[in-house]
Write a new protein. Structure first.
Length: 695
């Protein structure tokens, strides 16, 4: 079979599994919650899949169950049980049949909102498939570490003997889907990126459409489409101004040409960079993250964030309508969702834990009366129980590495802030003001939810103007990470509210339709922000004439470093749990640690800078890099002997990179330390004579 056929086959297999999750969630929940089928399908699929992965992950902390067969058996049994329960329930309900006549058509319509963006992203990603560059090695290393271990937490791929001390649950979910589908990891990495893209599009569209269907029904479809596209492909006003208007002004002779032409990353490195100042920020948004293609924490968490917001809207509806028992059950789901975010990307847990807390107040249901206080206590108790159930396994071994919060000593110029968030804020304001007049169309839940989105988004975009989280970044970049993490979620919340604002312009509350208002909103706000979508798509597909299409993220290894690919393949097949390796140590974002990243077999040390980020400074750990170099240069020396006796690695890799990083390498001396179990060209793997151990 050709590479294209193999990739398409894996993609279809992956999609069928995800479709089964959607069908199961829909069978169980459809008609039981105050939510439309599109939102049930979109958010329910993610909640079900994440919930099954979380159950296996939590169990793997007590017993080694995170392996192929238990995962497949447990998942099939769980989905089968859910489907059976749903069928029984439907038979018992008056007027319901086990399989409604139009169920398939409704399912396919809802699934198309995922499948089409999923396929579109695969088309773009297939020409940019390599799992190399930026932090892809870190992300792939976490996934492979989870795949290589039946117990949790996974071993740290870059510090043998330690477990991962970072937000890794999203990588475990990725490993869960790879195990479940039987797709090779190098394909699964790219398929997971497409899944995140498709799920984010679908959930955002369903959530915006759900709100608009109550407040502005005739604009619901437009709101859904804009929300999905803006969340996954759109950006801020910077790209439109600097990527289109400014070059046009240069051609017309109105302004001088910039030092360099606009590039997509400029919209995420604007404040402090153009013009340059001593206060440099990072202000990414989802479209850029999908364009870059790192399977990083904030990207993996995005569908979970959107699903949590969908559950929150349904919870507000239940609370507003007095359905306390169902609201308490959903409060536990909200708590569990915040716990899953804490293990996936802790920043999001802090943000959306606060959003959920604010929503409890915003419902207006928990007054001083006895019933209100009792309902409030039950809600809080259920939420904290769900939070503890999911978060406890993660926190047992996790050591936080943030060092507190401090006040900022610099701020973003107002005109730059307006380019980043002004368009979204303006439309979100329209949504809240216009929706206030339309809140009598329902229980008022939708308007209150929009208010939470507006205030939450505004707070996130302004947080870094007041305070910052102290981390390893300093000097000119001291608040960059804070602005990045909070601004990312502020963008998401404001865009969701903006889409409802657009729907209210299309379908005004007063009944007087003024087409110019909708056209003006599209031209002045939506079109400039969606301009980035064209830039992302054209940039992603620009390499199509020069590169083959495939989803194999390891193709660059086969093409450029076949010896490394051979060593990686051998270790994947023969390494055992507890084994560790010695390979070239190097700087972050480089080709160093390529064996451990692609196999999950822990290296004694991989990227030291990242270990410093996760664990803080350590003179003992810093010494390892020098000991690795001593091993390659003088394998019979005292330093190498002491290092091997303490670290007790199972394998030593000798290849081109080791010669470059730690040369001159005494190849014969290294190979004399044990048995050469694999060799190709200038690369060999030496299995040491001593049994592996824990360093």
């Amino acid at each position: 079979m050709t590479e294209v056929a193999i990739s398409i086959g894996y993609a279809l297999r992956w999609w069928l599994v995800l479709a089964a999750f959607g069908a199961a969630a829909r069978a169980v929940l459809d008609g039981r919650l105050p939510a439309g089928p599109a939102l049930v399908h979109a958010a329910g699929r993610w909640v079900l899949g994440t919930g099954l992965a979380a159950a296996l992950w939590a169990g793997a902390h007590a017993a080694p169950v995170f392996a192929t067969m238990p995962i497949r058996v447990a998942t099939v049994v769980a989905i089968g049980a859910l489907a059976l329960a749903a069928a029984v329930r439907r038979r018992r309900e008056p007027g319901q049949s086990a399989v409604p006549g139009d169920a398939s058509a409704r399912f396919l319509r809802a699934e198309a909102w995922f499948a089409l963006p999923f396929a579109a992203y695969l088309l773009m990603r297939g020409f940019n498939h390599d799992i190399y560059g930026l932090e892809k090695f870190m992300d792939f290393g976490f996934v492979n570490a989870a795949l290589a271990s039946a117990a949790m937490p996974p071993p740290d791929p870059w510090l043998a003997g330690a477990t991962i001390n970072y937000y890794y649950f999203g990588h475990v979910v990725t490993a869960f889907l790879i195990e479940l589908t039987g797709v090779p990891p190098a394909f699964g990495f790219n398929l997971m990126l497409a899944t995140l893209f498709g799920a984010s599009f679908q959930i955002a569209a369903a959530l915006a459409g759900e709100i608009a269907s109550v407040l502005a029904p005739r604009g619901a479809t437009i709101a859904a489409g804009v929300a999905g596209l803006w969340i996954t492909m759109g950006g801020n006003l910077h790209g439109y101004v600097y990527g289109l208007l400014k070059p046009l002004a240069v051609r017309l002779g109105w302004t001088a040409a910039p030092a360099k032409p606009y590039w997509i990353s400029d919209s995420t490195r604007f404040v402090g960079h153009d013009p340059p100042t001593a206060d440099k920020l990072i202000h990414e948004f989802p479209a850029y993250a999908f364009y870059v293609g790192d399977l990083h924490a904030h990207v993996i968490a995005l569908p979970g964030v959107l699903a949590l917001l969908g559950v929150l809207l349904v919870w507000i509806r239940l609370a507003r309508s007095g359905r306390d028992r169902a609201a308490h059950a959903l409060a536990a789901v909200l708590g569990a969702g915040v716990g899953a975010l804490a293990a996936t990307n802790a920043w999001d847990a802090a943000i959306y834990g606060s959003v959920v807390a604010a929503s409890v107040v915003a419902t207006g249901r928990f007054g001083a009366r006895e019933h209100g206080l009792r309902a409030f206590a039950c809600t809080v108790t259920a939420g904290l129980a769900g939070l503890a159930l999911v978060l406890a396994p993660f926190m047992v071994r996790f050591v936080p590495f943030a060092s507190g919060i401090d006040w900022v000593h610099s701020r973003t110029p107002a005109w730059q802030w307006a380019l980043l968030y002004g368009a979204q804020l303006a439309l979100a304001w329209v949504a809240v003001v216009g929706g206030r007049s339309a809140r009598d169309r329902g229980t008022g839940a939708e308007w209150r939810f929009l208010l939470v989105l507006l205030l939450g988004g505004l707070a996130c975009t302004l947080f870094a103007e007041v305070a910052y989280v102290r981390d390893i970044y300093g000097a000119d970049w001291y608040r960059a990470n804070t602005a990045f993490k909070f601004g990312f979620q502020g963008f998401v919340m404001l865009v969701l509210a903006s889409s409802a604002g657009l729907a209210l312009l299309v379908d005004p509350v007063d009944g007087t339709r003024r087409p110019w208002r909708a056209v003006g909103a599209v031209e002045l706000a939506v079109v400039p922000c969606l301009y980035l979508a064209w830039f992302v798509a054209s940039s992603s597909l620009a390499v199509a004439p020069h590169r083959p299409w495939t989803l194999d993220g390891n193709r660059y290894l086969v093409r450029e470093t076949p010896e490394d690919f051979g060593a990686i393949s051998w270790l994947r097949a023969h390494a055992r749990p507890g084994d560790s390796i010695v390979e070239a140590v190097g700087e972050s974002y480089t080709y160093a640690a390529r064996i451990s990243s692609n196999t999950g077999v822990p290296s004694v040390l991989g990227w030291p800078m990242h270990e410093w980020l996760w664990r803080g400074a350590s003179t003992t750990r810093d010494l390892i890099a020098h000991e690795v170099e001593a091993l390659y240069r003088d394998p019979k020396g005292a330093a190498a002997g002491a290092f091997l006796a303490r670290a007790r690695p199972r394998f030593v890799v000798v290849g081109r990179l080791e010669r470059q990083r730690h040369g001159p390498v005494d190849v014969a001396g290294v190979e004399s330390l044990g048995d050469v179990v694999w060799r190709q060209g200038q690369t060999s793997i030496v299995r040491l004579g001593s049994a592996p151990g824990t360093p």
